[in-house]
Ligand binder design. Sequence first.
Ligand code: B12
Length: 281
Amino acid sequence: MKEEIISQITNFVSTSELNKLPHTEIKIYNSPLIGFADVNNPIFEVYKQKIGSFHLTPKEWFGLEFEDSSLSKGTVICWILPFTESVLKSNSLENELPSKEWAQARFYGEQFNDMLREFVVNIVTETGSRTVAPSLSSHWKRSYDDTIGIASTWSERHAAYAAGLGTFSLTDALITERGMAMRVGSVITELVLESSQATYNGVYDNCLHYNSNSCGVCIRRCPAGAISKNGHNKDVCFDYTRKIVMPAVNEAYEVTTPSCGLCQTKVPCEKAIPKRPKVKS
Ligand code: B12
């Protein structure tokens, strides 16, 4: 069943006409990475402690969605949708505002991600296993916490971290084998599937700033000054995308969502896990 799900998701991404920027033949996403986490992985409880009690575990999602808190076995199925070269190249030429391709890839790419969520819910439900996509659920909400800042009731990146797909970075983004210029999605199901093995030990393993005290290119790429050696200031990032980017580009680009992503392009972790610099002997 696991191979069947991987094949169906991969096929959906490679053949869907909706995986294209509007009125063009430009693909939004390359082939996905797919990972699986056990719903009983203790990390989901750790997230409640690190993020806040508002961040729900897979079991709590089942309780809310199906009014059944007895989920004892199951899987979180996650995917990474890496942006194509055309989307990346266009944004890497920009220094202040996102490119049209990036803004449209954020807008139409997330609509596509929602369709993929629905598609995966349907194919897994057809096997007789109840399945929920938290991001499509009426129980998914944004939240604000004094310590952690802007967050939500289900973080797609934290699910992907649990499924072995990547580690966090100075900008907060997840660095995967295909880099960090991508979008993430997930569903929770009672279907039991073998978990993926993570190849990392720590939360920040793939980020050069943390693993070798080098890089920092994302700090210079951020037009809002939201990234420093101390991390990512979400409020500054939020304000820049809403108050500067949206009024400047949205009408011309025919989108209605905030975007930017300059910190995700023209950086060493854009398309792959960057190699650590050699230590001089
Ligand atoms: C709220 C939100 C924002 C907020 C806050 C971002 C944030 N850091 O959480 C703002 C408005 C700033 C924002 C901006 C952007 N966003 Co946004 N956003 C979200 C949203 C809706 C919820 C995120 C959430 O709940 N986070 C929870 C908090 C707690 O996460 P965090 O603070 O990053 O977590 C840190 C700590 O938990 C820490 N940590 C501490 N202790 C521990 C312990 C353990 C064990 C672990 C694992 C971690 C950990 O590690 C993390 C990294 O530092 C998600 C969609 C979703 N449902 O997930 C998209 C999402 C995160 N955004 C996304 C994107 C692409 C963007 C933008 C690039 C805008 C754009 N599209 O052009 C920018 C810049 C992103 C950035 N640098 O993070 C993508 C990220 C993809 C990626 N490559 O990582 C997501 C996943 C959407 C998607 N479906 O793909 N976003």
